[in-house]
Design a protein around this ligand. Structure first.
Ligand code: PHE
Length: 381
């Protein structure tokens, strides 16, 4: 009995040493384990697939160039199925089962907001590629993002409506199920009123609804010059189709949530001429963007990378830069190095981390023309 207990103990100790050598975030010689959670399936699947493909491409490029501090990166990816409840679940797995040194994700703000407290409680740095709601990084000092935030994006689109569209009266149509949509609606309204405009109608929908005609009829009755829809592409496309059927033929415009090739696939001609703000334009011919677009197309059967793909890529490069400057992956040192990022040049532009760990950087405005997204303008912070 006594003997057996000791052998078991010894076995346990060997197991522990083996685990320390092989994994749990990696040791000096092994791979650096990085976690990623994304909506690979479900309602916003294109968000997750794009961000994942950009993320994976960056990991492959880093490894092909010899890794970071001589160690390869190993990416563990979990699908949250675009579902509430899943982000906390899968991020817990990445942290306690795999022992990742950092977590990358998510695109949608509501899902980043769910995962952030888990990362913060475990002191594992989390980098959201694309969640723009300000509350995300308020979860704590281990939470970062490589995108701008919605007070900025809302102001950009408020000025666009007032100066470029010359709209005086705008209707706002908000997805009340999404933190992103509610936040962006609020910041847009504040900015537009400040620019001298008037909000002539405010209507709500629930992401996933199929019939928007009652609200669109009310919007039409308010005779707006333009309609702001801070939603995600699936809903936006159906909204624009139904608006067209109701002959509500004023410009529609929105934010980065519009960005998916599915927007035009679903919405077709109903999307023509409309506008949205986002993080980067694939057709903007800077050398950095051209090189990225080429590498991505080569890797993914000719597909053009959208903003989520570019931001997923940037999230890895930003993390890699932090690990290099920290000289390792120890959590508090890595957190500090990331927080001290003064200038980082990504595919989506130059950015600096501010004291809230949000990236300060420019936005772009695109127009849908001939079924394609056309670059119109860059707006600096
Ligand atoms: N910014 C959106 C959010 O916070 C997500 C998004 C980013 C969508 C980029 C499309 C492109 O929910």
């Amino acid at each position: 009995m006594h003997m057996r207990g000791r052998i078991l103990l010894l076995g346990g100790a060997i197991g522990l040493v083996a685990a320390a050598l092989s994994g749990c975030g990696g040791t000096d010689s092994g791979a650096i384990l990085i976690g990623e959670f994304a909506s690979l399936t479900g309602k916003e699947a294109t968000f997750g697939i794009s961000s994942h493909q950009g993320t994976a491409l960056a990991v492959e490029e880093i490894n092909a160039a010899g890794g970071i501090l001589g160690r390869p990166l190993e990416l563990r990816t979990e699908d949250d199925q675009s579902k509430a409840g899943e982000p906390a679940n899968v991020v817990n797995k990445l942290i306690s089962r795999d022992g990742v040194v950092a977590v990358l994700g998510e695109v949608a703000s509501s899902r980043s907001l769910e995962a952030a407290p888990v990362c913060q409680a475990n002191k594992v740095p989390m980098i959201s590629p694309a969640s723009t709601n300000p509350k995300v990084t308020e979860s704590g000092d281990y939470i970062f993002r490589v995108c701008f935030i919605d007070p900025f994006q809302g102001t950009v689109m408020a000025n666009f409506a007032s100066k470029t569209l010359r709209a005086r009266k705008v209707a706002v149509f908000t997805d009340v199920k999404s933190d992103y949509s509610k936040g962006l609606a609020k910041f847009f309204k504040e900015g537009f009123v400040k620019a001298g405009g008037q909000i002539c109608a405010e209507l709500d929908f629930n992401g996933g609804d199929k019939d928007f005609k009652a609200q669109l009829t009310a919007i039409k009755a308010a005779a707006p010059d333009a309609v702001f829809v801070p939603g995600y592409y699936t809903d936006v496309a159906i909204i624009c189709i139904q608006a067209k059927q109701l002959q509500l033929s004023v410009p529609f415009f929105g934010g980065d949530g519009w960005e998916s090739e599915k927007l035009v696939e679903i919405g077709g001609a109903a999307m023509e001429g409309h506008y949205f703000s986002t993080h980067y334009a694939a057709d903007n011919p800077t050398p950095r963007i051209t090189a990225f677009v080429e590498a991505y197309k080569k890797r993914y059967a000719g597909k053009t990378p959208d903003a989520m793909a570019a931001l997923g890529y940037d999230s890895v490069m930003f993390l890699a830069d932090g690990i290099k400057r920290a000289g390792g992956t120890e959590a508090s040192g890595l957190r500090q190095a990331l927080a001290e990022t003064k200038e980082f040049e990504g595919v989506t532009g130059k950015m600096a981390m501010n004291s809230q760990r949000d990236a300060v950087k420019a936005a772009v405005i695109l127009q849908i023309k001939g079924g394609k997204f056309r670059y119109m303008a860059t707006v600096a912070p």
